[in-house]
Ligand binder design. Structure first.
Ligand code: SF4
Length: 359
């Protein structure tokens, strides 16, 4: 009986792995760079259109390989220009990616997991639990799909890994995706244009500090003390505030870089003057900036958004203590594409019945 080799997903391979796969099939390794340029540089996924490859290689790619690409199921545009894409993955799971046109640059907000295991108290994604990790092809695929749909393949844009999921909880696939995005034959993105947001899984954070492709780092802090943070971000019971800040002090920063500390503001919970003073003390001496994110209230989230005056006062207190601080403008709230507005409707772990609205 004939045994067929399993189909190889080229979208899941870094260039060295693609070189090895070509060699194993009797083709020169250098074709990997050409294939990368077709897939990532030009958005071509049909091997027959890769005209600088030999006929034999094109036939082999068509026969034995696939280039999996998430399918756009729906696009929604906010009145503020933010655009939300509902994408269907090969197994029927759905994720969403968001395009934010002016932050001040163009930004793609990308997911790394379907659902999330971190269960942050103010985030609807956390209510899903973890459904599954995204593959490298699915993480980079979101970028490919948005770049094509928005005609931005040749434009400069930023990527934030702030969508559904905790990137460091899907470490290997996320890092592989970053290496493909940064590959000079791939998207050739400067890691400076990529920001990874994490709740601070310490062993993974230490590992990240040694990676050759180093994105900007954003820590989802949200509270200055263990008692407060433990109630909001459950993993804080394992990796506490002081340990995270110490790890940030050791984190190798590029010149002029800072670590962003994200702070979702919840009325009456973490928005008092003493919270601001404690936060300023905690971050003293760190190359940091604080991004205040007034809660995007949603049904099922047991917190309220503080008033604009409270947010302004909090920001002023931080600034008076020498911190760089910004207040995140809420984007895409009318289409539920804003931070923390992820929701799952229908049977949450059943393919095809899931609607995920990412943060
Ligand atoms: S805030 Fe981020 S880490 Fe926390 S549950 Fe939501 S997606 Fe996961």
């Amino acid at each position: 009986m004939l045994t067929r080799q399993p189909t190889l997903d080229l979208a899941d391979l870094e260039r060295p792995a693609l070189e090895a796969a070509l060699e194993a099939r009797g083709h020169p390794r250098f074709h990997a760079g050409q294939i990368f340029r077709w897939i990532y540089g030009r958005g071509v996924v049909d091997p027959s259109a890769m005209t600088d490859l030999s006929r034999e290689l094109r036939a082999m790619l068509a026969e034995a390989c696939t280039i999996s690409t998430p399918a756009i199921m729906q696009r929604e545009k906010s009145i503020d220009g933010t655009e939300k894409f509902l994408l269907r993955l090969a197994d029927g799971r759905l994720v969403e990616s968001v395009f934010i046109p002016d932050t001040p640059s163009m930004t793609f907000c990308i997911s790394t997991q379907v659902g999330c295991a971190m269960a942050c108290a103010f985030c609807l994604t956390g209510k899903m639990g973890l459904v599954r990790n995204l593959s490298t092809a699915e993480i980079v695929g979101q970028v490919r799909v948005l770049a094509d749909a928005l005609h931005l393949r040749d434009a400069r844009f930023n990527i934030v890994l702030m969508g559904m999921g905790e990137p460091l909880h899907n470490y290997d696939e996320t890092m592989k995706a970053l290496r493909i995005l940064a590959d000079e034959q791939g998207f050739a993105m400067s890691p400076r244009r990529i920001t990874l947001s994490t709740v601070g899984i310490l062993p993974a954070l230490e590992k990240l500090a040694r990676e050759p492709v180093m994105p900007n780092l954003a820590i989802s802090l949200h509270a200055p003390t263990d008692v407060q943070r433990g109630a909001l971000v459950p993993i804080n019971r394992k990796y506490g505030v002081a340990d995270i800040v110490e790890a940030c002090k050791r984190f190798p920063l590029k010149r002029r870089s800072r670590i962003t500390f994200e702070y979702v503001m919840l009325s009456g919970v973490n928005d008092r003057a003493e919270d601001a003073r404690r936060l300023a003390k905690l971050l003293a001496g760190l190359k940091s900036k604080v991004n205040l994110i007034p809660l995007n209230a949603a049904a099922g989230i047991p917190f309220e958004r503080p008033s604009d005056e409270t947010v302004d006062r909090f920001a002023e207190t931080l600034a008076e203590h020498g911190l760089t601080v910004s207040v995140r403008k809420s984007r895409g709230r009318d289409i539920r594409a804003a931070c923390g507005q992820l929701i799952v409707e229908g049977q949450k772990r059943s393919a095809g019945q899931q609607l995920a609205v990412m943060m």
